[in-house]
Design a protein around this ligand. Structure first.
Ligand code: LLP
Length: 416
């Protein structure tokens, strides 16, 4: 059981709150997050190393609900955004614009203007053309935009191919060798201030050495730039630290990771920035669902939930594993079943041939480790209203997002 969730008196609790109580009051499907687990993970990053100045820019793409952002903003977190919409969310949640870094390969002029107006900390630029565009937009406003180049350090990592980003063949970043010339050009542009180097090698990475290898390549680039009169202060190492999805997974801790980075940086006078998403919120969230039916088809057994792939697409998209546990486990021998949703797609499954404690219609189950890339990737497929979200704090909770209604489903639509 991860921090924030445990069985007490035979039923699953989030902090001091029985999950069954939330289901009774809010209904299912429902995303439920532990505030103390989120804050604990954030603090683990923020307080990890005294030796090197660090700033933590929580990556919104993992979970951008206002309630979660507000929790982090109040603790002084910075944010990593990839769109104008994410900038809007941070500002709505009370985040400090001066602690925002803007990543992404396809920033539009409007998004750049919005970020310049808000006064963000850093544009992580990913191409020559983007550098030129940011320069033009900044000149127009008589501003100097703070930039870093996102370099591609060509480090290979073991993760799902859809979420590896640090190789030359990926669309992300600028080749680390070619970056040098672009830095020299950018340093001469009137609308820019060159501040840093950034990179992000992928997501769900367990091998700390891969991050260290990327960092060393970046440090070598910083030295070369120094030799050409360009001084770099900020190193943004992106996100990517993996989390355990299976109970038996031994993942590196946030502390191990930060210590490894700070060892490389000690005494260099550089400011380390990180953009963690998953490792802050993944384990802090579950998707609470009700068993609708049990069904047998030939030798196969199915457990049909009221949650579906529109609520959580990770199993269908990445064949990802998520523990699924009963909120009030029944006695009896475990069953082996496919655990699926009501959507009309064969890909609508949470688990296949999974052994779980026996469950009956009406029972509640929790799909675990879905605080990251869960709700944010949800959709209205099959015209299913999106789930409610709840933030638990001690024995109390707040509904941080109402369950959508049928009226929400057609907002902005019209017949002709
Ligand atoms: N910074 C940049 C530039 C990124 O592209 C990402 C994630 C992060 C930070 C945060 O990485 P994290 O700490 O969460 O690993 N939907 C996939 C994950 C996609 C990650 C995309 N980029 C999933 O569900 O596994």
């Amino acid at each position: 059981m991860v921090r924030g969730f445990e069985y007490k008196r035979g039923q699953l609790h989030c902090e001091d709150l029985p999950l069954a109580e939330v289901a009774g009051r809010v209904g299912t499907p429902c995303y439920l997050y532990s505030a103390s687990a989120i804050v604990g993970n954030y603090e683990a990053y923020a307080q990890a190393c005294a030796r090197v100045p660090v700033s933590v820019h929580y990556s919104l793409k993992a979970n951008s609900s206002l309630g979660v952002l507000g929790l982090l903003a109040r603790r002084g977190a910075g944010f990593d955004i990839v769109s104008g919409g994410e900038l809007f969310r941070v500002l709505q949640a009370g985040g400090d614009p001066e602690r925002i870094v803007f990543s992404g390969v396809g920033k539009t002029s409007d998004e750049i203007d919005y970020a310049l107006g808000a006064g963000i900390a850093l544009f992580n630029c990913e191409s020559d053309a983007e550098v030129e565009l940011v320069n033009r937009r900044a000149c127009k406003r008589r501003l100097r935009a703070p930039i870093a180049l996102r370099v591609n350090p060509d480090v290979s990592v073991e993760t799902h191919p859809f979420i590896a980003t640090g190789l030359r063949e990926h669309k992300f970043g600028i080749d680390i060798v070619e970056a040098e010339e672009l830095y020299c050009r950018a340093a001469r542009m009137e609308g820019l201030v060159v501040k840093g180097v950034s990179c992000h090698i992928g997501s769900q990475i367990f091998d700390i050495q891969a991050f260290v290898e990327a960092l060393r390549k970046i440090l070598a680039l910083v030295e070369r730039l120094h030799g050409r009169g360009i001084s770099i202060r900020h190193l943004d190492l992106g996100g990517g630290l993996g989390v355990g999805y299976r109970r038996e997974d031994a993942s590196p801790t946030i502390d191990d990771y930060m210590q490894a980075l700070s060892r490389e940086l000690a005494g260099r006078g550089l400011h380390l920035m990180v953009e963690p998403g998953r490792s802050i919120v993944a384990q802090a969230g579950v998707l609470l669902a009700t068993v609708l039916y049990r069904k047998r088809s030939g030798a196969k057994e199915f457990v049909i939930l009221d949650a579906a792939m529109n609520d959580l697409i990770r199993p269908a998209l990445y064949e990802s594993y998520h523990d699924i546990i009963a909120v009030k486990p029944n006695q009896g021998p475990p069953v082996k079943a496919d655990i699926v949703g009501p959507v009309c797609e064969t890909g609508d499954f949470f688990a296949r041939d999974r052994e779980i404690t026996p469950v009956a219609p009406g029972d509640l189950v929790a799909v675990c480790t879905v605080g990251a890339y869960g709700f944010v990737l949800s959709s209205n497929y099959n015209s299913r209203p999106r789930a409610a979200e709840v933030l638990v704090d001690g024995a109390g909770f707040t509904v941080i997002r109402d369950r959508e209604t049928y009226a929400d489903l057609i907002r902005g639509e019209r017949t002709v």
